[in-house]
Design a protein around this ligand. Structure first.
Ligand code: SAH
Length: 233
């Protein structure tokens, strides 16, 4: 799968996409990341990408022309397997289900906003989707885009060492993952639950399902409410 990142700070992505399974997948060519410098689509001497908002107000907005020109050059044709998403605090919430949906695409182009945001015509007429990574305001779309690339890339075939790792984890099936422990079985007097030490796989599985529900109820009652289950089984 190919990710296109449209940004005024292409250098930004060196860190976030360099490490771990995603870094390795990029290095191995399983995932391709293309960085596009928005300023390459400006025509003036100062490479201006922003302008003042109509109606007044603080700060500057990314203006439409360089963004439209860039996206129309990167994707000369729009197909259902090429998606353009605008990173935006005003977007729909990006979640694991959206990540799974994106992981079936051939190409995903993420537009990174800056300053006070982006001319609304980009959300209305250029992007297929406007997405937010959470209910808080970042100073730019690059961090948010890194989150999306990371989340989607680890779902692609061959990116995680063990295919099963992405099957049972948080938000798959509506619950959080179950709590887990590693050695030692007793650390400073805090003991690992006995059931995990006795090798009874059916018992362990049952315990894990219950523990996942219990933890979801404690930390994310909103998720549990959606599954229609009670935390007490
Ligand atoms: N004035 C805007 C915020 C602009 S922040 C507002 O109040 O809605 C500048 C850029 O950061 C945005 O254009 C967007 O690309 C990015 N950004 C900020 N918060 C984000 C979030 N929660 N999710 C995704 N992108 C975000």
């Amino acid at each position: 799968m190919t990710f296109h990142l449209l940004t005024i700070f292409p250098e930004f992505f060196r860190g976030p996409l360099e490490f771990g399974v995603v870094g390795k997948a990029i290095e191995a060519g399983k995932v391709t990341v293309r960085l596009h410098d928005l300023r390459a689509w400006t025509a003036d001497r100062h490479k201006t990408v922003d302008d003042r908002p109509f109606g007044g107000g603080e700060g500057m907005l990314l203006k439409p022309q360089p963004l439209f020109d860039a996206v129309e050059t990167i994707f000369p044709e729009r197909t259902p397997s090429r998606l353009v998403a605008l990173m935006s605090a005003q977007g729909k919430l990006f979640d694991q289900a959206a990540a799974r949906r994106y992981s079936a695409l051939d190409e995903l182009l993420l537009i990174c906003g800056r300053y006070e945001g982006v001319d609304e015509r980009v959300a209305e007429h250029l992007a297929d989707e406007e997405i937010s990574i959470g209910d808080y305001v970042l100073s730019g779309g690059e961090l948010a885009a890194s989150v999306v690339v990371d989340t989607v890339a680890r779902l692609l075939p061959g990116v995680l060492g063990n295919e099963a790792s992405s099957v049972r984890e948080s938000f798959t099936g509506g619950l959080l993952d179950c709590p887990q422990w590693t050695r030692p079985a007793d650390f400073r007097g805090w003991k690992v639950p006995d059931v995990l030490l006795n090798g009874n796989h059916a018992g362990i599985e049952k315990w894990r399902r219950r523990a996942a529900r219990e933890k979801t109820g404690r930390n994310r009652p909103d998720l549990l409410a959606k599954t229609g289950e009670s935390s007490l089984e």
